[in-house]
Design a protein around this ligand. Structure first.
Ligand code: THG
Length: 368
């Protein structure tokens, strides 16, 4: 039976919820105590549409943490092993955030406005408390708060065409993971070339909830002939693309090396960040497990509650954390955490799914 989740003020609406509901959203999940759509038509229909046309996604749940003040850059670098010293003030960086044991607390996108003003566009964990606690404990001169900013993503191969109609031809000059401020009616928004799909696209950081619905309505009005539809991060597409989901594919028990984020944690001379010793030790020893793309043979799998044991000769050697049937690749695609010794491409394992035991194979890379 399908259950419903009861609403109350603790489960926050977004500035775009009126548009999302008028468009007939069929399912939500909860992310940062806010509503995140997961299905409009059905997951496969949404998937094909995303790969062919253009979608507008309410990703307000990607809440921002603003660091504002003289010590903002110092605090930002304390938070992540990624070297930010050369980061420009129009750049966005995917940054692992780790604790003193080198364990993942979040995997956000950091947006640099200037040395004294940053946003951290967070995944699903209460990172604000950690950042505020650090700033207070270290006596830093910086304000840390959640501003009234709600990202709206425009994703898909026709995203450039749609964005140009609203924001002008400058949108084509924005490079991947860069941002500029562009005018909209009597205001302006940070617009970045980024998003949680590999179909190309933009993220508009809508500052001021009152501007949400006017922007939503404009995008749908001017994009009609582009076949624009409401969408959301798509389970199938994001697994094919190897985009990780905090809380699903990794948790506070995992390290960035285990998550395949080692390239963002290169030890550098003079870099001061939390977890440095723990990460250096792990880098020397090698991670105990690592995220892999895994194909699962047989009929389409259709179960949302993953965490399925991966076994070799009867012993558990990992788990599948996200899985879906891929219409384009005609196999079940999945993301799993696999123990050292079993993660080489081509390794054949057994996965215990709610639909029975299946053969699984470790892939060289994801499906894009
Ligand atoms: N956009 C913004 N905020 C976000 C997300 C987003 N916050 C929550 C969540 N998503 C954070 N997690 C991710 C995971 C992957 C990516 C972005 C945010 C991503 N990765 C690319 C990749 O893996 O190929 C690029 C990474 C890189 O090379 O820098 O885009 O989606 N605003």
């Amino acid at each position: 039976m399908a259950q419903v989740i009861s609403h109350s003020r603790r489960l926050r609406d977004t500035p775009f919820t009126p548009g999302v509901e008028a468009a007939g959203v069929k399912a939500y999940t909860v992310y940062n105590r806010m509503l995140l759509p997961t299905v409009f038509e059905d997951v496969e229909y949404d998937y094909h549409h995303l790969k062919e046309h253009v979608q507008v996604w309410d990703v307000s749940v990607e809440r921002q943490i603003e660091l504002n003040g003289p010590d903002a850059a110092r605090l930002m670098q304390m938070l992540t092993p990624r070297d930010l010293r050369k980061m420009q003030s129009d750049q966005c960086h995917y940054v692992p955030i780790v604790d003193e044991r080198g364990k993942m607390l979040n995997d956000p996108v950091a947006i640099k406005h200037s040395d004294t003003r940053w946003w951290i566009s967070i995944a699903d964990s209460d990172l604000l408390f950690w950042v505020k606690g650090l700033a207070l404990g270290a006596g830093l001169d910086v304000n840390v708060f959640e501003p009234d900013v709600s990202p709206l993503a425009v994703q898909g191969p026709k995203s450039g065409a749609l964005m140009e109609r609203v924001f002008g031809p400058e949108v084509h000059d924005i490079r991947f993971f860069r941002q500029i401020r562009l005018a909209f009616l009597d205001t302006s928004f940070i617009v970045a070339r980024s998003g949680y799909s590999k179909q190309g696209g933009y993220e508009i950081y809508v500052e001021g909830s009152q501007h949400g619905m006017p922007l939503w309505e404009t995008l749908f009005k001017v994009g009609e002939d582009l076949n624009v539809r409401p969408g959301c991060p798509n389970l199938i597409e994001r697994i094919e693309s190897g985009l990780l989901s905090y809380g699903n594919d990794m948790t506070m028990d995992n390290t960035p090396l285990e998550c395949g984020l080692g390239k963002f944690c290169k030890p550098a001379e003079g870099l001061e960040h939390i977890g440095r010793e723990a990460l250096a030790l792990e880098a020397a020893q090698g991670p105990a497990r690592q995220i892999r793309a895994i194909s699962i043979l047989g009929e389409p799998l259709s179960h949302a509650r993953t965490g399925w044991p991966l076994t070799k000769d009867g012993a558990q050697v990992g788990q599948v954390t996200s899985a879906a049937w891929s219409p384009d690749f005609q196999t079940n695609v999945s993301i799993g955490m696999v123990d050292a010794g079993h993660w080489n491409p081509g390794t054949e394992l057994i996965v215990k799914t709610p639909q029975g035991h299946r053969e699984a194979r470790v892939q060289v890379r994801f499906w894009n």
